[in-house]
Structure formats: C-alpha cells, structure tokens
Ligand binder design. Sequence first.
Ligand code: SF4
Ligand code: SF4
Length: 344
Amino acid sequence: MRKEELKEQILGAFSAEEWAAMEEDRVTVPLRAFNRETLLRLRDGDEDFPGEAEDGPVAELREMLERYLAREWADEPLAHKYVVQVCLALAFLYEKPMHAPDAVKYRTLVENGRAKYFCPAREEGAGSLCRFCPTEPMAALEARQEARAAETARQSGETSAAVQRAVFRASFQDAGVIPTGSLRFHKEVRDTCEGNRCRGYGASCACPPAVGSPEECRARVLGFEKLQLFSKAYLLPDSMDFSAVGSAMRDFKECAWALGRQLRPRLSKLLILSNEGCGRCKACTWPEEACRFPEELQPSIEGFGFIVSELAKQAGIPYMNGKDTVTFFGAVLYDENGLISEVE
Ligand code: SF4
Ligand code: SF4
C-alpha cells in the first residue's frame, strides 16, 4: 500500500475523543510521552511519506505486536493500540527505531543527509520484532569505529587512538588528528567575533575577549603537540528549525562535557575547544567573576581563530553532512606522550 494510506489507517485507529485526550495529555491508559508525541507529530506534522510500504511486513509486524502485547501486557489491553500504531509509524513511515532513544540508548550517525541507527538491544532472528526495525546492531558501529581508531594508532600513535576511542564513546561520529604545527590561525575569524553577530562576544568566559588575545590563544594551542578534531551531525526536521538546532547544540555540549570528564584524569594535560560559546548556566559569570566550572570550561573553537571548514579538511572529516543537517565541531588538544592511563 502507499505510505500515505498507511498513515491514514494509523490516524484512523483513534477516535476524536482519543485524539483530544492525547492533545491534553489525559489518556487514561499508560502511554509514554514519546509515543504520544510521535502520534501527534504524525497527525500535525507536514512530513510527506512518498513510496510504498509492503503489505506483508506491515501485517506481519501488526500481528506479532498484538500477540506479544496480549502475552506480556495482558492487564492493559486498551494501551495496546497505541503501541501498535506507533511502531507501524516508526518502522514504515519515519523509518526510525521502534523504541525511544532513552529506552534503548541507540546511537545515530548522519551521513549524506540520511540517518543510520545502531541499537545495543537489537535481537536477531525470525521471531524478533527487531527485524522490522531500521537499525543495525551496535556491534557494527563499534567495529567500524575500532577500525578507524586502529588506523589512527598506526598513523598518529596510541595516545591519539585512545583519545579517538573516547571521542567515539562520547557519541561523536567523526574524528581526525592534526599536528598543531600545521594549524593556521586567522585574524579575520577573531574580527568576526568582535563584530558580535553571534551575540557571544563579551558574553561568556568561553568566548573572546575572555579566552585571551589571539596571540595568547595561539600560544596555548602550540603548547600541545596534537589537535584532534571531532564532530557530530544532526538531522533536522528542516534547516530553518532553530529550536531543533538549539536542542542539537545542547546535546553536542553535553557530549563534549562528558568527553572532558573521561579524558581529564587520563591525560597529563589537555584543552577541549567546542563550537560557539558555552550556554551551560542561565547567566554567565563573565565579566564579574571566573567561570563556575573552570575545569569543564571549553573555549570557543572559533574564538581561537580557527576556520572550522579548514580544520575539517586537514583532519579528513566531512564539514557538512547533507541537506537538513547541522554538524557541530570540537577539538581535543593533547601530547602524544601524555597518556597517563588507558581511557576506559
Ligand atoms: S532494534 Fe529492537 S530493541 Fe532496538 S529500537 Fe529497534 S525494536 Fe527496539
Ligand atoms: S560554565 Fe557557566 S560560568 Fe562558565 S563559561 Fe559557561 S555559562 Fe559561563
């Protein structure tokens, strides 16, 4: 059947009263927020679903889910319909994992404008519901990343490989090493900061002028032997969705802070730079006081005078990842002989 027909079937499975209850968050059966939001987005979003969903797999998934829920969740029969319809929408319309990200901690890679999902809970076999789910096993991602890290060990050394493994574990998707001696510092990038189009200049301890003069930034960077650029790409509902860009930036920052916590005890010295300003506190202490979290402070990579697209080229990683995506970058600075203990 056409996917648009399947969408109509899913929407038609709920009465007007049931939709009103979902809208007002007063559904009387257990319904996860993720499932409620998925159904409301299907009804209200402006996504098109071109193409066909094969009748056989749609019917098979529906029957398997109904059997599974009758067996495992027999005391809540009225909730089954919601789960079945959400799974059909995710598997055949959105082509996304059937569980919420926080339920199974799946990882996403975005390449050429398309997302690939890797699930740690995926079960193989004909009897598994997972075979309808557009994910790959997490082991496939881990093998791919380990091959990258092994190549980095050969080309740049074991510390670079250890940093890269930590970068991947912190859920970044690309990374590449640049010796600091080959970096270029651009005065015009600092001049752009001072133009304050981003409204970050003078607004945080992570941006100029708090990060130091261009000469001080350069000296800080050249005090390290290597810069490892890392990135994470996000698929957006559309490129003008600024709220989705803000959420992606927040996720990127959380991952970069987690990376810092992993690496700090294991490298003799390090500096982490991160896209744009900080945004951690509601109001930054600058200029009255020092940062509230000095150990975790990650200065702006642009504020140090780098052109990120140039760094991406030098590091051999993509600067852009396709239509309706945004890619954020950060960098770890370290010495190749600076590994104190293996990164867990
Ligand atoms: S692969 Fe299986 S466990 Fe993972 S999200 Fe899909 S259905 Fe859920
Ligand atoms: S952590 Fe808080 S105080 Fe420090 S730079 Fe960020 S916003 Fe400012």
